[in-house]
Ligand binder design. Structure first.
Ligand code: SF4
Length: 334
C-alpha cells in the first residue's frame, strides 16, 4: 500500500481532514508527523533558511521527521482560496522551498490550489493527484465527496470552540454533545486568541496558550469560531480591500467581536518576521484602542522562552480580572 506523508504544519490546521479522508478512501495509507517537539523544531531550524518565519521552519522539521518513512510527501501549493484573494508568498512557495532545502526527499505531491482559476482547474488538479493511487473515476469521485463531507464536520467542531487537534480527533464522532469542549458558559472572561492557525493551534510553538487560558477559566475565541458572513461584513469597513485570505479572517473576526462587544481582551500570536502580521496587528490594535479593549502581542520565534510567555499571559489575565472586578478605569493600553 502506498504511504503518503502529511507534515503537521502550515495548512494542516486548515485542511487535514480533507487530505486524510481523500487519500484513505483512495486506498493509500496516510502518515502524519508527530506533534511539534524540540527535535522537530531543531531539524526545521537546521534545514531551512535563516530568515524564514517560525512556522515555515517548523514545517521543514515536520517534513524531515517523516521523509524516510513514506513514498510521497503531500505539500499543496496554496495560491488562492477565494476569488481576488491570495495566500502569503511563503505559503505559495512552500513545496519549492522544502524541495530545495531538504536532501533525500521522497517525491513531493504538490497540487496547485488556486481558485482564481475556474473550478474545473481544481477538479483537474484533484484528479492528477488521485491518479497516482487509482485510475478508477468512481473511486476518485467517492473519495472527494467523502473528504468534503468530513471536512465540513471538522469546520463545525472548530466553530463550536474545539481546539483543532481535538476537532481532528472527533470529526467523525457523530455525537458532538459528548465531546469535552474547551470553553465553558460559566467562565467570566472571553479572550480572542488571534493569529494564523499554525500559531494558535501548535501547542509547542505557542507553549500551550490555549490550555493556559482555559485553566484560568477563560473562554478562548479564535477566528475559526466566527461565521464567514460576519467576517466579510466587518472587514468590508476597511478603506482598502483586504486581499490576503488569512488577513481577512483575522481582521474581520476581531472587528466583529469588538463591535459586538463580545470579548474582554485580545492576545495576538505573531511570528517574528511575518510581513502580513506587521500590517494586521496594527489594524487590530488601533481598533481595540477605539473600543478600549486590552491588546497583548506575543511574538514567537525559535528562541521564545516559556517563562517569558507565562509572565506576560499571567499579567494580562490579572489586568483583565481587575477590570472585570469593577476597576473599569484601569487603562487597557498602559
Ligand atoms: S503569513 Fe507570516 S507566519 Fe505565515 S507563512 Fe507568511 S510570513 Fe510566515
Amino acid at each position: 500500500m502506498l504511504k503518503i506523508g502529511i507534515p503537521r504544519g502550515m495548512n494542516y490546521y486548515d485542511f487535514f481532514p480533507i487530505w486524510y479522508e481523500f487519500f484513505s478512501e483512495l486506498g493509500a495509507e496516510v502518515l502524519v508527523s508527530p506533534k511539534t517537539n524540540k527535535d522537530i523544531l531543531n531539524m526545521g531550524v537546521l534545514n531551512c533558511v535563516d530568515d524564514a518565519c517560525l512556522p515555515v521552519k517548523v514545517f521543514h522539521g515536520h517534513t524531515c521527521s517523516i521523509k524516510d518513512k513514506v513514498d510521497y510527501i503531500f505539500i499543496p501549493r496554496v495560491i488562492s482560496l477565494e476569488k481576488r484573494e491570495y495566500e502569503c508568498p511563503k505559503i505559495l512557495g512552500l513545496p519549492a522551498m522544502v524541495e530545495n532545502n531538504i536532501n533525500d526527499l521522497p517525491e513531493i505531491i504538490d497540487m496547485e490550489i488556486n481558485f482564481r482559476k475556474n473550478k474545473n482547474y481544481f477538479v483537474k488538479e484533484i484528479h492528477k493527484v488521485a491518479t497516482r493511487i487509482t485510475k478508477n473515476p468512481i473511486k476518485i469521485r467517492k473519495a472527494y465527496n467523502t473528504a468534503m463531507i468530513e471536512f465540513y464536520k471538522y469546520k463545525d467542531l472548530l466553530k463550536a470552540g474545539l481546539h483543532c487537534e481535538l476537532a481532528i480527533k472527533n470529526y467523525n464522532n457523530n455525537n458532538i454533545d459528548l465531546i469535552n469542549k474547551n470553553n465553558n458558559d460559566n467562565n467570566r472572561l472571553n479572550i480572542l486568541l488571534l493569529g494564523h492557525p499554525y500559531n494558535i493551534y501548535d501547542d509547542y510553538v505557542n507553549m500551550n496558550v490555549f490550555a493556559k487560558l482555559n485553566k484560568r477559566k477563560i473562554n478562548v475565541i479564535t477566528p475559526n469560531m466566527i461565521n464567514d458572513e460576519y467576517i466579510c461584513k466587518h472587514v468590508s469597513n476597511l478603506s482598502k480591500r483586504m486581499f490576503w485570505t488569512s488577513g481577512k479572517k483575522i481582521v474581520g473576526s476581531s472587528f466583529f467581536l469588538l463591535e459586538e462587544r463580545k470579548i474582554d481582551g485580545i492576545i495576538f500570536l505573531s511570528s517574528f518576521g511575518c510581513g502580513l502580521d506587521s500590517v494586521l496587528l496594527d489594524i487590530v490594535e488601533r481598533k481595540s484602542k477605539e473600543y478600549k479593549i486590552p491588546f497583548n502581542l506575543i511574538t514567537l520565534d525559535e528562541h521564545s522562552g516559556e517563562a517569558g510567555i507565562n509572565t506576560r499571559i499571567e499579567a494580562f489575565i490579572d489586568m483583565l480580572e481587575w477590570r472585570f472586578e469593577d476597576e473599569n478605569y484601569f487603562s487597557p493600553h498602559g
